[in-house]
Design a protein around this ligand. Structure first.
Ligand code: ATP
Ligand code: MG
Length: 172
């Protein structure tokens, strides 16, 4: 079973990835760490303060592996039987990231990206034929989210409707 977990920072990819890894007994790869450790990047983009991923090398690393959870912002570049997209209300993304000591600018940037569904859109555009589970984590515990992923793995359709742009109670 090959599972990719993607989503805006703060949606809970690493937390849910760890829980699933234990429950399913398959390894989890934190892609940001892997990319840095293995040098799966072409350059460092100073402006974006991020590595530019070498998607060929990344895919090559996973090519002969049968069972894994790959979690990270670029997880949808990794071959997968199921792509999990985690979502969370922008305010909640900020609440979850604030303890990391991020700047207001960086918090706002992530809230914006979630509000505009940047990653979800990227998945639908880059992998239109993939099986996708789209999960709103806003009012769920990481355990509950992991259970929903397991149901999706068994074949259940999981697609939570979210529209943060319509959410007038939102402050981002
Ligand atoms: N469903 C949830 N409910 C409440 N808190 C959560 C939930 N999921 C994650 N968190 C908390 O939010 C914070 C961020 O979670 P996590 O590190 O898993 O996010 P991430 O998506 O891996 O972020 P990044 O892309 O930066 O690696 C952590 O403190 C985690 O405990
Ligand atoms: Mg993480």
């Amino acid at each position: 079973m090959r599972i990719a977990i993607t989503g805006t920072p703060g949606t809970g990819k690493s937390t849910v990835g760890k829980i699933l890894s234990e429950r399913l007994g398959i390894p989890v790869y934190d892609l940001s760490k892997l990319i840095k450790e293995k040098g799966f990047f072409t350059e460092f983009d100073e402006k974006r303060d991020a590595y530019v991923v070498d998607t060929e090398k990344l895919r090559e690393f996973f090519r002969d592996k049968e069972s894994y959870i790959a979690e990270g912002l670029v997880a949808h570049y990794v071959p997968a039987d199921l792509i999990v997209i985690l979502r969370a209300k922008p305010e909640v993304v900020v609440e979850r990231l604030r303890p990391r000591g991020y700047s207001e600018e960086k918090l706002k940037e992530n809230a914006e990206a979630e509000k505009l569904a940047v990653i979800a859109t990227e998945v639908f555009e880059s992998s239109p034929d993939s099986r996708v589970a789209h999960i709103d984590t806003t009012n769920r515990t990481p355990q509950e989210v992991a259970e929903i992923v397991e149901r999706a793995l068994k074949g259940e359709e999981v697609f939570d409707e979210v529209d943060w742009l319509e959410d007038e109670t939102g402050s981002y």
